[in-house]
Design a protein. Structure first.
Length: 162
């Protein structure tokens, strides 16, 4: 059963990825691919936690968008070597992970966008703390980044509304 709890429209398979058909709340986009999750953490903190993070971050997306979104969730884990994460111009010995969630900017124009944003921030923070521990919770940065459709490509072609 497809769960379209928060995104209106029907799920449409495109190039092996689940997408949803253009709902009335979006512009003239025919199909909108699901977003990507990127987590940055110090390499020493990330090592050995990859499987749990992948699962938790995918579950965070599903907790907001519904189970139908799971097959299209792309998760990227990036480990930063010691000496390559800095704050205030100086390398840090410890840093809480950060999450970047890229999606089509049209999602932010929905009438319920503020609620969706709050749930995403909470779900990603919960996912990170489930793996790294509650001590880092107050320092976990979650960035939601809207990408104009005309500035993305898939399979060597620009994704556009036309």
């Amino acid at each position: 059963m497809n769960d379209t709890r928060d995104l209106p429209g029907n799920v449409v398979p495109v190039a092996g990825r689940a997408t949803y058909a253009r709902p009335s709340l979006l512009s003239d986009i025919e199909e909108t691919p699901m977003p990507h999750v990127t987590l940055h953490a110090l390499e020493t903190d990330l090592a050995g936690r990859e499987a749990g993070l992948i699962r938790e971050l995918a579950d965070a997306v599903v907790s907001v968008y519904g189970e139908w979104a799971r097959p299209s969730v792309d998760v990227r884990l990036i480990g930063i070597p010691a000496g390559r994460w800095a704050r205030g111009g100086a390398p840090v010995a410890t840093a809480a992970p950060s999450v970047t969630f890229g999606m089509r900017e049209e999602v932010f124009a929905r009438p319920d966008a503020a609620g969706v944003v709050a749930r995403l921030v909470s779900a990603f923070t919960d996912a990170v703390t489930a793996v790294f521990g509650a001590d880092c919770r107050d320092e976990v940065l979650v960035e939601l980044v809207g990408q104009p459709t005309s500035r993305s490509g898939l399979g060597g072609k620009v994704i556009s509304g036309g």
